[in-house]
Design a protein around this ligand. Structure first.
Ligand code: PXL
Length: 275
């Protein structure tokens, strides 16, 4: 009988504390029955949001040989998933890898660049241009509203109307052949995520009650659940709804407890909801 477990090559960093990137991607996708094959871009002691003095071991030199070895094993990989990238060279390496896999794997690019209207301090103009090239060939992209604004060359706004969001999704659709999913929208109460899978002809919206907290890593959890649900064969809209509901549930649970938000959501307590 054929091995039923799907495999994802995931290109992210490993941060030892603060629940983001691989610390949440591996358990989340595993809970959905998907095997994560981690391709680490860097190893940090903590994530960069809210901590100082963290260690940072850059693995840029290893990335392409690591990928070439994985893809020479003669095993079938079903998806390729990239997220936070640390420099322009890493973005170019992901571009090389996407070109190698786009005809045989589902390619999800989470263009992690910033949040709350700001780019991350590690980001610069050149990296943003690189990210625009990455989204072009992806099959699914999952920018938050801040990243979506930067990708289409606009200044992020504090609040978005439904029409603003529709225009934003349509502009993104002109930049990629893939499905577009924009998350974390603030403004119109009936909109939280917006998506299109037909090049912007139709734009759908989903909504969820906001929790009013800012935990790192929730974008990584959202994209991981989305990818897992898509690989299970679910439709895009159902996968988005399931993923946002899960993120909201973990945030709501975490918000009951008194601990620093920079430690991330209490994922361990809620993983069973994915089974
Ligand atoms: O979750 C995004 C992310 C991933 N990796 C590192 C980060 C961040 C966000 O701050 O700092 C190292």
């Amino acid at each position: 009988m054929k091995n039923p477990i799907k495999k994802v090559i995931a290109v992210h960093d490993l941060s030892g504390f603060g629940r983001c990137s691989f610390s949440v991607i591996i358990p989340t996708l595993s809970a959905l029955g998907v095997q994560v094959c981690p391709l680490p871009t860097a190893v940090l002691s903590t994530h960069t949001g809210g901590y100082q003095g963290f260690t940072f071991r850059d693995l840029t030199e290893d990335i392409v040989p690591y990928f070439d070895h994985l893809t020479s094993l003669g095993t079938e990989f079903h998806a390729f998933y990239s997220g936070f990238l640390g420099n322009v060279e890493q973005i170019e390496q992901v571009e090389y890898m996407i070109n190698r896999v786009k005809d045989t794997m589902t390619v999800l690019v989470d263009p992690v660049m910033g949040e709350d209207g700001e780019l991350y301090s590690t980001y610069n103009e050149e990296m943003m241009h690189g990210m625009k090239r990455l989204v072009r060939d992806a099959h699914v992209i999952t920018p938050n509203v801040t990243e979506a604004s930067f990708l289409i060359g606009e200044t992020p706004k504090a609040e978005y109307t439904k029409d603003d969001v529709k225009n934003m999704v349509q502009s993104l659709c002109r930049m990629t052949k893939g499905k577009v999913v924009v998350t974390g929208i603030e403004g119109d109460r009936s909109v939280n995520c917006a998506f299109s899978e037909d090049g912007g002809v139709t734009v759908g919206f989903t909504s969820n009650k906001r929790v009013g907290r800012q935990y790192p890593g929730t974008g990584d959890i959202f994209a991981s659940v989305l990818l897992g649900r898509l690989l299970q064969g679910n439709a895009l809209e159902d996968s988005i709804k399931n993923s946002s509901a899960f993120v909201r549930s973990v945030m709501e649970y975490s918000a009951q407890f008194d601990y620093p938000e920079r430690e991330g959501v209490l994922l361990e307590a809620k993983l069973q909801e994915l089974f």
